[in-house]
Design a protein around this ligand. Structure first.
Ligand SMILES: C[S@@+](CC[C@H](N)C(=O)[O-])C[C@H]1O[C@@H](n2cnc3c(N)ncnc32)[C@H](O)[C@@H]1O
Length: 188
């Protein structure tokens, strides 16, 4: 029996690895960030900073994870803040399905299988992201998001944007940060 489980685990591990490699090419991993879940202390830092904004707001906010992966960040936030609305955009079908399954019990979350670069982001109040700093991403947010919106970026700075606040954190013992931006500062 143990041998059968070990064999199944081995096969599944190979299928998963193959999926990651194929996804890298299909979803242009050299241009857009691949599926790499938030981990460690920096994930906690990003959640803390988002929680501060959500707790302080007396009106319901729309919060989006731009490339939500398996939905782990939305899961934590949606459970804690039923009064706010959450949106996940994800274009890779495997993490999208994991996110949809994980978030199925939360009526305040919607997850879309889509290219977020083609989406209208003007209704979002708070965006969280874990993206490499590509100029087209910066331009998309600047043109599509409203002035009052806030963007919280894990590890990567948004190219050319003025930082409102930088919170130092760590990942696997290495120093890193979470960057907080106001869209207003980029448009003025
Ligand atoms: C680094 S992962 C972060 C996942 C999640 N936010 C987290 O912190 O655990 C980035 C995610 O963005 C997704 N992604 C990249 N480009 C995208 C695009 N243009 N539209 C939608 N999703 C995209 C990837 O498939 C990947 O799952």
């Amino acid at each position: 029996m143990a041998c059968l489980f070990a064999f199944l685990f081995y096969i599944l591990a190979w299928i998963f690895l193959l999926y990651i490699v194929v996804s890298f090419f299909v979803f242009k991993g050299w241009r857009y960030p691949p599926y790499l879940p938030s981990l460690g202390k920096v994930k906690r830092t990003l959640l803390n900073e988002t929680e501060k904004i959500l707790s302080a707001s007396s009106k319901p906010l729309v919060v989006a994870d731009l490339g939500c992966g398996d939905g782990r960040l939305l899961f934590r936030l949606a459970r804690q803040f039923p009064q706010h609305q959450f949106i996940g955009y994800e274009w890779n079908p495997l993490p999208f399905r994991l996110a949809r399954y994980r978030l199925r019990k939360y009526p305040n979350v919607r997850v879309f299988l889509t290219d977020l670069m083609q989406e209208d982001l003007s209704h979002i109040d708070v965006a969280i992201c874990y993206w490499s700093s590509k100029i087209e991403f910066a331009e998309k947010l600047k043109e599509s998001m409203k002035k009052s919106a806030v963007v919280i970026s894990e590890i990567f700075e948004i190219t050319g944007w003025k930082i409102h606040c930088k919170v130092v954190s760590r990942i696997f013992g290495f120093r890193t940060a979470v960057f907080i931006y106001r869209v207003f500062d980029q448009k003025s």
